[in-house]
Design a protein around this ligand. Structure first.
Ligand SMILES: Nc1nc2c(ncn2[C@@H]2O[C@H](COP(=O)(O)OP(=O)(O)OP(=O)(O)O)[C@@H](O)[C@H]2O)c(=O)[nH]1
Ligand SMILES: [Mg+2]
Length: 348
């Protein structure tokens, strides 16, 4: 039995549309990983990560140091339900990836304060926090922390699909060995890799079924995911206003006075502002045309809350967030069905 070096799937030469397919069984990579690595081309869609309970049980059964990778841009989606109950007694180092996506005007200290406050609220204890970015920042610190806390154990890398686990391991290895891609569900099985004499275990991402990333066509991920530092888009609100992010999300703000709304979303997305009173008609008229991309099943859910914090974020898993300050009466969201929308004290 040979394993694909990129995703951990068992290599097979019988079923081209299934995991691990390669025409030649003596290959190092399955065809999907080979094409992802060399051509950024997805031949087989593997959208669903594995079931959280299964991964967490697998981790709970091993005596390993845990590196928990959380995408800083998609922080709320990175919080794994049941983590404390299942593996709360493990030594966990949290690696906050994609630091480069957040503006650099934002200090490390401020981000760390936000992360520790959220972890306290969620009752999660960690041994250390390290921020990494696509330019290898933080990699030395991860190695040092692993050496300090490992005590001879293996190191298991966990996190939500698309968090950046395989990318982190490639950075630690200093070469592109594992397959990484913007498509959630790249790694398909536990996959061991030796780096500096330490055994690391890459894992498939824990599923993100309530993320927008799972509710759109794979071709639209290019538009939705930010690849470089996000530029906050700032709006002063004069009267009641509505925002449409393509045909993916709508935010209506009513009872506004001296209020500000700042968007933190990928720069390829179209953000349209209008008067709240005109928003329904505009949505009807432009949905799927000017207002695109749209979710695959075209089903939405709306929610209205009163703004009760001084400065609050409306977070949409997989999309980004809007930060609202000043006087606003009510906030109405319209998001694809099953996509998590959360309200939190402002991150920045
Ligand atoms: N800008 C930026 N992009 C990153 C960083 N880390 C990972 N990415 C990108 O995030 C996407 C997902 O990375 P992967 O390493 O495949 O994520 P994963 O956690 O292994 O995903 P699964 O195997 O699907 O669970 C890829 O497009 C990476 O290039 C980072 O620090 N900065
Ligand atoms: Mg992976």
């Amino acid at each position: 039995m040979t394993i694909c070096k990129g995703c951990g799937a068992v290599l097979q030469n019988e079923y081209p549309d299934q995991a691990g397919y390669t025409p030649r069984l003596d290959a190092e990579y399955c065809r999907r990983c080979f094409r992802l690595i060399h051509y950024d081309d997805l031949t087989v869609s593997m959208r669903t990560g594995i079931d959280p309970d299964m991964v967490l049980n697998e981790i709970a059964a091993r005596d390993a140091l845990v590196l928990w990778v959380v995408d800083l841009f998609d922080f709320e989606a990175g919080m794994i339900p049941g983590l404390t109950r299942k593996i709360g007694d493990k030594d966990i180092i949290m690696v906050c990836s994609k630091r480069d996506i957040l503006p650099d005007t934002l200090s490390h200290e401020k981000i760390a304060r936000f992360v520790f406050a959220r972890l306290k609220e969620l009752g999660i204890r960690i041994k250390g926090l390290i921020m990494t970015s696509k330019d290898n920042d933080g990699i030395r610190e991860v190695k040092d922390a692993v050496n300090m806390l490992r005590n001879g154990r293996d190191v298991i890398v966990i996190g939500r699909a698309n968090a950046g686990k395989s990318t982190l391991l490639n950075h630690l290895a200093g070469e592109e060995i594992l397959a990484s891609s913007r498509y959630p569900g790249t790694t398909l099985a536990l996959n061991k890799i030796e780096i500096d004499g330490v055994t690391y275990i890459d894992t498939p991402g824990i599923e993100i079924e309530n993320s927008l990333l799972m509710q759109v066509n794979e071709a639209d991920l290019k538009t939705i995911l930010p690849f470089t530092t996000i530029k906050p888009q700032i709006f002063q609100l004069r009267g009641d206003q509505s925002f449409a992010v393509g045909g993916l999300f709508r935010l209506d703000l009513r009872g506004c006075d001296h209020a500000t709304c700042v968007w933190y979303i990928g720069s390829r997305l179209n953000l349209h502002r209008s008067k709240a009173s005109a928003a329904d008609d505009l949505w009807e008229k432009h949905y799927g045309k000017l207002f695109s991309p749209v979710p695959v099943n075209n089903a939405f859910r709306t929610m209205t809350i009163r703004k009760d914090l001084d400065k609050m974020d409306v977070v949409v898993d997989g999309l980004g967030w809007a930060s609202i300050s000043g006087q606003v009466g009510t906030i109405t969201t319209k998001a694809p069905e099953h996509v998590n929308v959360t309200f939190r004290k402002a991150m920045l």
